[in-house]
Design a protein around this ligand. Structure first.
Ligand SMILES: C[S@@+](CC[C@H](N)C(=O)[O-])C[C@H]1O[C@@H](n2cnc3c(N)ncnc32)[C@H](O)[C@@H]1O
Length: 307
């Protein structure tokens, strides 16, 4: 693993960079690491590149990240859950020093192949226990928190991770939206359907929760973040059943006009004010919360802080 530039090599969950974690016992993160190790070979293609629909979703996500990260150069940036390095170049272009953290060694292998830049260090570790003892001007996390039971601890730690005046941007899946239930394996398999209806816990080696907007924004505010902003990321109507196998919900001839309508709706929503953005979350598969760490401790009540 790459050494961590600019700070002592961080202790990751009781172990040094690259060493196996010890003492914690079997936990959700061990199962999640296995799942994403397995997905590492196909995740990027399937999720972001396979067809015009996911390419549009990638463009939407890219645009949101560019706008929320801001354009100026910064000294340092951290990515939590970099996966195969899909978004790491956005930080590498802006920051003189980048740390990209992920639980899955195989995802990190992919990321290293995708982002060959000397100022980017890749670290294997659990974000829930990541405490590097230094701050970053930008902290970004895309589609990760929904797999971390300790997500609140990660957001609370922004207080120590984000430098005064720095920014944090988190993208996660929308809990209440027309997109829920479009994951084939989660809803359409009879076992999963029964388990969900009976509210049985998923596999103990897996955890997923679609985080409510008000909980995430409140956590941002409690971590001392200000100018908190919520906006939809992937927006439109679900045209495919999601998951590792994708089935079109609409016929092929309707795909192009549906994509054009989706893009037009996305642009329209981007021009709306706070209320419009919040209302549009019902059509959003994912949403972003961003905020700035105040230079001085000026904690604001969570509701008042959200714009
Ligand atoms: C759905 S993928 C998203 C990857 C990438 N951000 C993207 O958008 O393409 C989620 C990633 O989060 C990582 N992850 C999940 N839980 C984590 C944790 N507790 N600490 C660090 N990384 C974690 C997984 O290994 C996986 O690479």
């Amino acid at each position: 693993m790459a050494a961590y530039a600019g700070a002592p090599a961080p202790e990751v969950d009781g172990a040094r960079d690259g060493e196996p974690r010890t003492g914690a016992g079997p936990r959700v993160q061990d199962g999640i690491a296995v799942i994403f190790d397995e997905a590492s070979g196909y995740y990027r293609h399937l999720r972001w590149e396979k067809n015009p629909i996911v390419l549009l979703e990638k463009a939407q996500t890219h645009q949101v990240l560019v706008e929320e990260l801001g354009s100026g150069p910064v000294a340092s940036a951290l990515e939590i859950g970099c996966g195969p390095g899909t978004w790491t170049p956005l930080l590498a272009d802006r920051a003189a020093r980048v740390v990209a953290l992920d639980l899955s060694p195989k995802m990190l292998e992919q990321a290293r192949g995708a982002v060959a830049a000397e100022h980017v260090s890749f670290l294997q570790g659990d974000a829930a226990h990541f405490d590097p003892g230094t701050t970053f001007d930008l902290v970004m996390s895309v589609r990760v928190l929904e797999y971390v039971p300790e997500w609140r601890e990660i957001i609370a730690r922004l207080e120590r991770l984000v430098a005064p005046g720095g920014r944090a941007v988190v993208i996660t899946k929308t809990p209440v939206s027309v997109w829920r239930g479009t994951g084939r394996s989660r809803w359409f398999g009879p076992r999963n359907l029964v388990r969900r209806l009976l509210r049985r816990d998923m596999d103990p080696g897996f955890w997923q929760r679609h985080l409510p907007v008000h909980e995430l924004t409140r956590a941002f505010a409690e971590a001392g973040m200000v100018n908190i902003r919520v906006r939809p990321v992937i927006l439109g109507l679900p045209l495919y059943v999601r998951g590792t196998k994708q089935y079109p919900i609409i016929p092929a001839f309707a795909e192009r006009p549906a994509l054009a309508a989706t893009q037009a709706a996305w642009r329209w929503v981007a021009r709306r004010g706070r209320r419009g953005r919040l209302a549009s979350l019902i059509f959003a598969e994912s949403y972003a919360v961003s905020g700035r760490r105040a230079a001085a401790p000026d904690h604001v009540a969570p509701r008042a802080a959200v714009s």
